[in-house]
Design a protein around this ligand. Sequence first.
Ligand code: ATP
Ligand code: MG
Length: 332
Amino acid sequence: RPVIFSGMQPSSDSLHLGNYLGALVNWVALQDAYDPIYCVVDLHAITVQQDPEALRQNVRRTAAQYLAAGIDLDRSTLFVQSHVPAHAELAWVLGSMTGFGEASRMTQFKDKSAKQGSDATTVGLFTYPVLMAADILLYGTHLVPVGDDQRQHLELTRDLANRFNARYGETMVVPEALIGKESARIYDLQEPTAKMSKSAGSEAGLVKLLDEPSITAKKFRSAVTDTEREIRFDPASKPGISNLLGIYAAVTGKSIDALEREYAGRGYGDLKKELAELVVDTIAPIRARTLELMQDPAELDRLLAIGAEKASDRAERMLRDVYDRVGFVRRG
Ligand code: ATP
Ligand code: MG
């Protein structure tokens, strides 16, 4: 079975609709045909300052949301990144093979750092894509299901894998992106030209899986649109309505064309109200199950420890091989 690796940052108290429609839905579907490794990437999360108690809580919440959405521990390996030190160790080796200019071209870093200013921007945020490459390459990953915002990082991962192989001999599997056919890229409801994001953007524009249903409905009702009346998919001139149609299509599986026909002659209010109901119906069971799982943190920790054990065995093997090839002396 081809290996799949993917992760999310525990950088917020809830995952959002973009994480769900752009990633988690696919993760669940992939469990039958693949050997999936799903990670809560806490090392990535601290590239932006986190409150320690909140982080601890958010790690468990993120894992609980994976499980609540349908990640099944009989078919998937689920673990926390910091439980497997090989991630940080391989990242150091790969970082020593990454050009400074190469890393400087990553647009996510440019976007995030431009918002923060250079003193609030950490070196960890800069080297984030290298750690991501380590996450993927440690497991001989064949396919990486990521949202389209991660395409460039995956390209870097492939370059690093090829570079390692060319320099030291065949070691790394060169991974491919697995981006869903109509891969949902979900935008902020208040700022529909910016992707919905846990750590950036407005609270009002962020649809959280763990929001109460009434809050979710309100966020849709106040979604930014435009001054026309026509419900038409046109991201350039109608980003707000296009985003709502994109969400609608992702939630229902209907095509955008079909939705345009269905809503011909009807108002924005109808679209927002009906979409809000659909989204609430979709995420309510996930929310309920997550809250239930959070009642028993010791049990969650136990499940995560089993996952860490499985992941460690595989990661350690790759790291030993890498250290040998790079020329490190084995500890006697
Ligand atoms: P942060 O703002 O902390 O970076 P994030 O919202 O970007 O958080 P990540 O943890 O970085 O979330 O990403 C988790 C997964 O969700 C990745 O596969 C990413 O591609 C996907 N994803 C994130 N945001 C969106 C979005 N708006 N639409 C579709 N997929 C998304
Ligand atoms: Mg992100």
